[in-house]
Structure formats: C-alpha cells, structure tokens
Design a protein around this ligand. Structure first.
Ligand code: ZN
Length: 360
C-alpha cells in the first residue's frame, strides 16, 4: 500500500506532496496511492532521545519483551516514531525490526556502580570491571552505551561519581574503541566535569553543568538531553531523603532550582539539545510533548528550536533519515503550525510510521 500526504513540510516550510511506501519517502508520484491528508503541517516523526521501554513506571524492569513493546506503543501513539533507549535491564533486539515499534537507538543495560543504583536495573560493576562491562553492553545495544556517571553514595551522604575519574574516562574511551557512542547519566557538578572532559557523546540530565562546561560542550558538539520533566521529581526525591541524607536532599533541591538557567545557558551557547523524557523511572511513557513545552516555557527555547530538538535534528543525530526523497516514511501531521502554537504537538491529527497509518 502506498500512502500520499500533502501539507507544509517542516523544516523546509514548503507545501509538498509525499508518497510513502513501507520503506521510503518518494517526492515523485507513485501509482495506486491512498491520500491520507491534503493539508496540515508535516513533521518528521518525533524522537524521545532518552526513554526506557525496558523499565515500567516506578523503575521496575518490564516483565518481558511484550511488555516493553506495549510501552513503546504508548510513545508511538503520542507521535514518537524513534527513540533512544537509554538503558534496559531486558534485551529486545527483535524489536528493532518490529513494524509497529518506533525506530530504536539502543544502549544495553546501564553500566552502574555496585549496590548504589536502582535495584535490578543496571549491570553493576566495580571500577576495575567497568571497561569489560562497557564492551559487553556496547555489543548488547545497537550503537550506544549508557553509563551511570553518579548517584547517591550513602556512605558520603551525597551524590558522588560512580567510580574514580580514571575509570570514568576509561569507560568513555572503551565505548568509542568498539564504535559505540557513550551517554552518561549525571546530576552532580563533579561527575559531569570529568565526563564532558573525557569526551562523552551526550550528557543526560546535566543538572551540575557550569557555564564553563557548557562552552566546552558547545565547542565539542557534546549533546545535552536535559529531561526537564524528570528533574521536576527532584523535590520529591529530596523530601524522601531528608531524614537520613539531609546534605543530599539540600544538594538535589539546589540543582533543581538552578536547572532552568543551566538549560537556557546551554541553549544560548549553542549546545545541541534534544528532547528526552526519561520515561520508565518516575515518568510515564508518552510525554514527549510535555518535555517540549517545558523546554519552551522554562528554558526559553524558541518553538522552532524545540521542534528541531524533537524531530529533524534529533533524527539526524541518531541516524534516522527525514522526509527527503529516499528518506524514512515516518511523520506526524498537525492541524495548525506548531511553530506558532507549539501546544498542537500534544495531539497529532495523523501519525504514519514505516509508511503505515497508526491508529491509536
Ligand atoms: Zn534514564
């Protein structure tokens, strides 16, 4: 079945006709096409650049691959047609080719420090085993490795790097040596500095970034996936930790308070920013639009830049072609221009994934 759509195609801002097979976009007419729409604003399919379909709400591993698939479909039905899976306790390479599932850029399991990270989620290793584990998880994924760069150290009573600075640097180098890109979770000032200087490919959250580091990221093209919607949970994390770890609680509150300024500074400096929700821990699936609105409202990003961060630029970053001739037939259609009213991204009128109409 060939589909035909017509509308204003972004980012080029031109009225175009697109013909879609299950494999590719054609700018030349194809015979026997069924017309899906003749007006609207057409966006290359949205991307959630930090998402966990292997983790159900409440930070619990999914039961099985079917459960992971169900979570992926929640994202798909919100218009997210590609996602970067930033760590999963359950492997599901078979979903890469599942026609109903958004396109996946996957890390293997989170590589995490021993008995400090979320239960049953990460592959927990000491500093001396980090490199071997990074190589193992690079092979389990399809291009990414996820490092847990810091977490609470209950002995210290505050955030602390997962391992020594040398081990963190070795972890990033090991990922690169086997051809994978490294994404690092970090909340603290200390770990993010080590990781950015070590050449990590993307900073996840990055609440501890300084202005200096933001400039370094911009210069090196290091990405930031702030997951602002998830950082809103810091107050609750702090409240729970308050009785036993008051220093950690105060630190988390301070990081939360200054975070909009950090993201705004990164945006001003020209750091590549992408939309990610961190769905799976303290965030439900299907909320990419909420993160987009937060980037506009809290970090002051222009709507067109938010759209780029959630669509064409994110797709390019992850290697998923857009709506060019021969590109991937994944798109969403909106009844109004999302550049003038970003709220329309909450309700796409049509969703097409792999050349097939998605009916939520
Ligand atoms: Zn995450």
């Amino acid at each position: 079945m060939v589909l035909h759509v017509r509308g204003v195609v972004l980012p080029d801002d031109e009225v175009r006709d697109l013909w879609l097979t299950e494999d590719a976009v054609s700018l030349e007419p194809l015979p026997g096409a069924r017309t899906v729409c003749t007006e609207g604003w057409i966006l290359p399919g949205l991307v959630d650049a930090h998402c966990h379909i292997g983790i159900a709400y409440g930070a619990k591993p999914v039961r099985d691959v079917r459960h992971a698939r169900e979570l992926a479909l929640v994202d798909r039905d919100a218009g997210v047609l590609a996602l970067r899976d930033a760590g999963s306790p359950v492997p599901y390479p078979e979903l890469d080719d599942d026609p109903d599932v958004p396109r996946l850029a996957r890390a293997g399991r989170h590589v995490a420090p021993v008995r400090r990270y979320l239960r049953d989620i990460g592959a927990e290793v000491t500093a001396e085993d980090v490199v071997d584990e990074v190589v193992r998880q690079a092979r389990a994924g399809n291009g990414w490795v996820k490092l847990v760069g810091d977490w609470i150290d209950r002995g210290v009573g505050d955030l602390a790097p997962a391992w020594s600075a040398d081990a963190l640097r070795a972890a990033v180098a090991a990922a690169h040596a086997v051809g994978a890109r490294a994404a690092a979770h970090t909340f603290s000032e200390e770990a993010v500095e080590i990781l950015v200087r070590a050449g990590v490919d993307s900073v996840e959250h990055g609440t501890g970034l300084s202005l200096d580091l933001v400039d370094t990221m911009a210069r090196n093209g290091t990405a930031l996936v702030p997951t602002m919607i998830n950082i809103e949970n810091f107050e609750e994390i702090a409240a729970q930790a308050q009785p036993r770890f008051p220093g950690y609680a105060a630190h988390m509150r301070a990081l939360h308070r200054r975070f909009p300024e950090v993201v705004a500074a990164a945006y001003e400096a020209g750091v590549p920013i992408y939309v990610g929700t961190d769905a799976g821990g303290g965030i439900h699936h299907g909320l990419a639009a909420s993160e987009m609105l937060m980037l506009r409202d809290k970090a002051g990003m222009a709507p067109v830049d938010v759209l780029a961060a959630a669509s064409w630029k994110a797709r390019e970053w992850l290697g998923f072609a857009g709506l060019t001739h021969g590109g991937l037939p994944d798109l969403t259609v909106y009844p109004a221009d999302p550049r003038t009213d970003l709220r329309v991204v909450q309700a796409p009128r049509h969703i097409i994934l792999r050349g097939r109409v998605v009916t939520p």
